[in-house]
Design a protein around this ligand. Structure first.
Ligand SMILES: O=C(O)[C@H](O)COP(=O)(O)O
Length: 206
């Protein structure tokens, strides 16, 4: 198996559990999040995946998820590149607020727009388009060349930094991405051909 890219959203975080907007804040995984990461690693191990290289963000929930997955794979020695480009979208002034309280304050529709639309940014934060503007160049410059060289790569990151990349990988429009949700700790596998086109993708643990 070569030219495989596996994307994994971090396991449940302490602020996911409290239903708080997180963005660039840096909570760690909950016990459930730890179990989710171990389960993802065990499934990748069971299905025979082996990785040459890993990428993750500068936030602990993604890094901890990666470490747990690599431990399950017995691959804790592979190179890991950490980059802010893979950080979650910045939720700005919403960071730390409860999502249900935010909906009461600003209305369900406004909060859903902030959370899932492509071009609308929350106050003081990033839209998904802003997030794409930093994750896509990083993917093209740093990740895709490794995959094209024949390597198998794993990336652990965040709900929205991965949704931005998935728009490109799955050819989703700004309308199409609205409904695309990513479960915590679920590996998404993309197989590429020799010219960098996705020829197959599947969600493990779906
Ligand atoms: O940053 C956060 O709050 C979560 O990682 C994702 O939040 P969302 O599901 O509201 O985008």
């Amino acid at each position: 198996m070569e030219r495989t890219l596996v994307l994994v959203r971090h396991g449940q975080s302490e602020w996911n559990l409290k239903n708080l907007f997180t963005g660039w804040k840096d909570p760690d995984l909950t016990e459930l999040g730890i179990e989710e990461a171990k389960k993802a690693g065990a499934r990748l191990q069971h299905d025979g995946y082996r990785f040459d290289l890993a990428f993750t963000s500068e936030l602990v929930r993604a890094q901890h998820t990666l470490n747990l997955i690599l431990e399950e794979l017995g691959q804790t020695g592979i190179p890991i590149r950490y980059d802010i480009a893979l950080n979650e979208r910045d939720y700005g002034d919403l960071s730390g607020l409860n999502k249900e309280e935010a909906a009461k304050n600003w209305g369900e529709e406004q909060v859903h727009t902030w959370r899932r639309s492509f071009a609308v940014a929350p106050p003081g934060g990033e839209s998904l388009r802003d997030t794409l503007a930093r994750t896509l160049p990083y993917y093209v410059r740093e990740i895709l060349p490794e995959v094209l060289s024949g390597k198998n790569v794993i990336v652990t990151a965040h709900g929205n930094s991965l949704r931005a990349l998935i728009m490109v990988l799955e050819g989703l429009s700004p309308d199409g991405i609205v409904a695309r949700e990513l479960e915590t700790g679920r590996p998404m596998v993309y197989q590429f051909d020799a010219v960098g086109r996705v020829i197959e993708h599947k969600d493990l643990l779906a």
